[in-house]
Design a protein around this ligand. Structure first.
Ligand code: PLP
Length: 429
């Protein structure tokens, strides 16, 4: 017998598709009961979530405001105008393109606008804190261009700016790219900007990880120094999932626009542009600066707790939302640590450390970030507690081998779930 027909416009997801709906329920419980320390993740407001599933998902709006290839685009124009007006105010620059589907697409669009295949550019090496889309051999940014990587000073584990300047003088790059996904320190944008000027290169900053800190004015803005700035919108910025390109140069802006569309993408994801606009609106409110400040305080607290527990941090600490733990002296690896912590309801990711002797599938580090737990309202007391639990689990791993200490994991898991119950997520879901 076939099941009774469902009402197409009225049936809820739970009624019309129990298979998908039950997995989503499971994911909600996972998010609510666990401590999320993946540095690139965050938790959006109910308002952003609502906008992300709005009726604009039905709309094609190829093109730009006032110049669309389809009819019926007036509301889409209004939404995109709101998003651009808010984000340019937030970062104090005249140009924004809010259409990139993701951070990696935003980077591709800049390369497509400013470089030709085979051109040379400089970027931070992936295993020293860079990003896949900054010239990894497996990525289009590495295959179709000629990336030269700068790295860190071996002692300070901060960017070696002198070596960067020498590379720039030697290779005469068309573009210098700054930014990364596992670099816990403030980058000297002024310094790299002046190196770029000296060799006639464009200066591009990918601020995907730190955009929310810049918006909250707890981190220097790259916009004063860079020709073009890319970002994701869903990390510390806490808006909908997607990408963003900013510039203070309207001429570069023009090139970026045609490179995003029709160069790289088709129709913009208008529902996500609506949700981006909501997130940008939230970031303009004074509470967001408090949030950004709390991220820094929490990250400092986590760093201090781990150091006190006997763990080494790459560069010795952090200026941002993340810490990179160097596990090499403890004879444990990143993969086992990630898995052991996950069994204890603490989610993070294994991460290569500078000069890592382990392959990328194993690594000698873990990356921990506090944007998501800070959004839940956790403060110094909770972060200190979480840091202590991490030390407990990792110590257990160090003394009990790669299978971890099951009893400690179980005990920590129970305490973490109890903690998380005090900081509930969306009550309407
Ligand atoms: C996360 C990240 C990206 C990629 O963003 P996606 O939306 O996952 O494509 C690009 N650059 C940096 C520095 C990042 O951290």
């Amino acid at each position: 017998m076939s099941p009774p027909p469902v009402d197409f416009f009225e049936a809820s997801l739970g009624t019309s598709d129990s298979a998908v709906s039950s997995v989503l329920r499971k994911e909600f419980v996972r998010q609510e009961e666990g401590v999320e320390l993946i540095a690139s993740e965050n938790i959006v407001s109910r308002a952003v979530l609502e906008a992300a599933s709005c009726v604009l998902t039905n709309k094609y709006a190829e093109g730009y405001i006032g110049r669309r290839y389809y009819g019926g685009c007036e509301p889409s124009d209004d939404i995109e105008r709101l998003a651009i007006e808010r984000v340019t105010r937030l970062f104090n620059c005249p140009f924004a393109n809010v259409q990139p589907h993701s951070g990696a697409q935003a980077n591709q669009a800049v390369f497509f606008a400013l470089l030709r295949p085979g051109d040379t550019y400089l970027s931070l090496a992936l295993d020293e804190g860079g990003h896949l889309s900054h010239g990894a051999p497996v990525n289009i940014s590495g295959k179709w261009f000629n990336p030269i990587h700068y790295g860190l000073d071996k002692t300070s584990q901060r960017i070696d700016y002198d070596a960067l300047a020498s590379l720039a003088a030697e290779h005469k790059p068309k573009l210098i790219l700054a930014g990364g996904s596992a670099y816990p320190r403030i980058i000297d944008f002024a310094r790299i900007g002046s190196i770029a000027k000296d060799c006639g290169a464009y200066f591009m900053v990918d601020m995907a990880h730190i955009a929310g800190l810049v918006a909250g004015k707890v981190h220097p803005s790259p916009l004063e120094h860079a020709d073009v700035v890319t970002s994701t919108t869903h990390k510390t910025l806490r808006s909908a999932r997607g990408g963003l390109i900013l510039s203070k140069d309207e001429g570069i802006g023009k090139k970026i626009n045609s490179s995003v569309f029709p160069g790289l993408q088709g129709g913009p994801l208008m529902h996500l542009i609506a949700a981006k606009a909501v997130g940008f609106g939230e970031a303009l409110r004074p509470e967001f600066a408090d949030y950004a400040r709390a991220i820094i305080d929490n990250a400092q607290c986590l760093a201090q707790t781990l150091l006190s527990g006997g763990y080494r941090l790459v560069s010795g600490g952090t200026d941002t939302h993340l810490v990179l733990v160097d596990l090499s002296a403890k004879q444990i690896n990143g993969k086992d640590s990630e898995e052991s912590l996950e069994r204890a309801a603490i989610t993070c990711n294994k991460n290569s450390i500078p000069q890592d002797l382990q392959p990328p599938q194993t690594t000698s580090g873990i990356r921990l970030g506090v944007p998501a737990v800070t959004t839940r309202g956790m403060g110094l007391a909770e972060i200190g507690f979480i840091g202590e639990q991490i030390v407990k689990v990792l110590d257990g791993l160090a003394s009990h081998g790669s299978a971890g200490n099951g009893d400690i994991e179980k005990e920590v898991r129970a305490d973490i779930i109890k903690l998380c119950k005090r900081f509930p997520l969306y009550r309407h879901l």
